[in-house]
Design a protein around this ligand. Structure first.
Ligand SMILES: [Zn+2]
Length: 143
């Protein structure tokens, strides 16, 4: 049974993404990771934790309500037809679907996002997808 309590909340996804992104940033800083751009990284992490998340495939999710609130709910409606936890929650296709259009629009507009923006975006999306997996797996075990 997929009850409401087997899903992670919007806030919890956000806090978890921030937590891992902070740890990741610290590691990159300590290890002197080449070209690590902390601003670009966080510029990817934040919108992809708050505004564009895999839960846009669910009508009831907070992030969908947000898009509807500003009158742009239709943008993500095709993905709702795939069903919740399908296309946008796919480990490889999910991030691709959500990052590629932003990249293409930016490219057309002549905006050049750095590599670390995309790393941040994918980091946040994978964080969401994997924490959903772990959370529902744990939930099954406890039951
Ligand atoms: Zn989710």
């Amino acid at each position: 049974m997929i009850g409401k309590n087997t899903k992670m909340k919007y806030e919890h996804h956000f806090y978890l993404n921030i937590f891992f992104a902070v740890i990741f940033s610290i590691i990159c800083y300590i290890k002197h990771v080449q070209n690590f751009n902390i601003f670009d990284f966080w510029a990817g992490v934040l919108p992809y934790s708050l505004l564009i998340t895999p839960d846009l495939d669910s009508e009831k999710s907070k992030v969908s309500q947000l898009w509807r609130f500003v009158g742009l709910g239709f943008v993500w409606s095709p993905f709702k037809n795939f069903g919740h936890r399908e296309a946008l929650h796919h480990v490889t296709w999910g991030p691709f679907i959500q990052v590629a259009p932003v990249w293409m629009i930016a490219e057309q507009a002549g905006i050049n996002f750095g590599m670390w923006f995309f790393i941040g975006a994918v980091f946040a999306l994978e964080g969401h997808i994997w924490s959903d997996k772990v959370y529902s797996r744990c939930h099954k075990w406890i039951k």
